[in-house]
Write a protein that binds this ligand. Structure first.
Ligand SMILES: Cc1cc2nc3c(=O)[nH]c(=O)nc-3n(C[C@H](O)[C@H](O)[C@H](O)COP(=O)(O)OP(=O)(O)OC[C@H]3O[C@@H](n4cnc5c(N)ncnc54)[C@H](O)[C@@H]3O)c2cc1C
Length: 385
């Protein structure tokens, strides 16, 4: 059985590694001519780190990022602590069996790419999927480079603008949330006076949010600054941002925030017009399944989009291993195990965004990790399938 994976992002590479480790033949098709991830970081909760450990990647991941010792919500203007949670590595391990980490996307992506055996032409770059069709025997993929290929099964991991989702599923197009997100990276040594306790800090305000955390063992600071700009229009959804625009939005905010933004080099500020799509009630049609943002592109307020993609990949591989040669059974098991869970997190992230950006200061005060118990406890390696 040849399983094709379209998209070599964090979701696609997790699925590829997990399937390959269980002995399946996998071919990954990626539109980019070089593998990599854009310059921003992500939260990886215990539910993601447990999977990396199960894939044998714990040592490599731990060498790149320490556990997150504290998370908090601070007042947007004064920096006063509104919510604060501290956790030692022992606390994490006894509660969840794994830690939370904050990592550069390129670092975790690199770990997954190195874990994948790309021999025998299993990783095909410069393969932008333009069309997908299937019959009862196989799936045919067509690429912008003029090539086509056939697979027994295709797992579409091509992100929020998924070609497979648009061609094979009944779905609305992505809609602009009215929010623009800037993501920046700043060398820690440029802002020695800024306080980084809590390690992860969210500063929510009405219609705006600033979140920041150190990565790479504290040497680099990652931030995301979100503001409501309903009239924003742009052809490209992600592009270099202008640091002056971020400063204009956050000029009267807490002094540490202004210092972080001011220290951002021009080439380390990216801008996203944040889009989302409605949850689907099916991710499988015939021999094709959706995974990650292709299936459930969610807002970032629970820091869980990539984590859900990682869980999808781990569970998918278990389903194929359990179903043997019965691919239809494997895909049904996968959908049944993952769809309700990811769709719930999808909707919860909308609610958390409403609380963070709403007008009620009390709703904004809870620490980012509060209410995440169920998500952190989810064990993709043992959940019933
Ligand atoms: C501001 C912001 C902050 C976020 N913070 C977090 C966080 O803290 N924690 C978290 O878990 N998530 C976070 N997310 C969400 C996270 O970035 C996504 O959920 C995650 O990247 C989804 O991974 P994916 O592999 O499914 O899709 P993607 O990362 O979109 O990868 C898709 C891959 O497919 C390729 N591709 C696309 N189209 C084609 C095509 N036609 N043919 C071939 N290849 C194609 C792309 O080049 C890419 O390599 C955040 C998102 C945003 C916008």
């Amino acid at each position: 059985m040849k399983i094709g994976i379209t998209g070599a992002g964090i979701g696609g590479m997790t699925a590829a590694v997990a399937l390959q480790q269980r002995g399946f033949q996998v071919v990954v098709y990626e539109q980019a001519t070089e593998l990599g991830e854009v310059g921003a970081a992500i939260t990886l909760g215990p539910n993601a780190n447990r999977i990396f450990a199960a894939l044998g990647l714990e040592d490599e991941v731990a060498a790149l990022a320490s556990a997150t010792p504290s998370t908090g919500t601070l007042h947007w203007q004064t920096g006063e602590r509104l919510g604060y949670v501290q956790r030692s590595v022992e606390d994490y391990l006894s509660a969840y069996g794994a830690v939370t980490r904050h990592m550069h996307r390129a670092d975790i992506h690199g770990v997954l790419v190195r874990a994948f055996d790309a021999g025998t032409d299993s990783l095909r770059l410069d393969h932008r999927l333009t069309d997908i069709e299937q019959d009862s025997n196989e799936v045919t993929l067509h690429f912008a480079n003029g090539q086509s290929d056939r697979c027994d099964i295709v797992v579409a991991c091509d992100g929020i603008k998924s070609i497979a989702r648009d061609k094979l599923f009944i779905t609305e197009p992505p809609t602009f949330t009215g929010l623009v997100a800037w993501r920046g990276l700043v060398d820690r040594e440029k802002i020695p006076e800024v306080n980084f306790d809590p390690h992860f800090a969210a500063f929510p305000a009405e219609n705006k949010l600033f979140g920041r955390y150190p990565i790479r063992h504290g040497t680099l600071i990652n931030y995301v600054a979100i503001a409501s700009q309903p009239d924003f229009h742009e052809e490209s959804w992600s592009a270099y941002g202008d640091v002056a625009d971020v400063l204009a939005e956050f000029s009267d905010w807490y002094e540490d925030i202004v210092k972080i933004i001011r220290a951002t080099p021009a080439d380390r500020c990216l801008r996203w017009a944040m889009h989302s799509r409605q949850p689907l009630d099916s991710w499988v049609t015939g021999r094709v399944a959706l995974l990650g943002d292709a299936a459930h592109p969610m807002t970032p307020f629970l820091g869980s989009g990539a984590v859900m993609a990682i869980e999808d990949g781990a569970v998918l591989a278990r389903c194929f291993a359990a179903a043997g040669d019965d691919w239809a059974d494997a895909l049904q098991l996968y959908e049944r195990a993952r769809l309700p869970c990811a769709n719930k997190v999808h909707m919860d992230s909308v609610k958390r965004g409403e609380a963070y950006l709403g007008s009620d200061p009390a709703a904004r005060g809870q620490a980012p990790s509060v209410g995440m118990e169920e998500v952190y406890q989810y064990d993709a390696m043992s959940v019933p399938i």
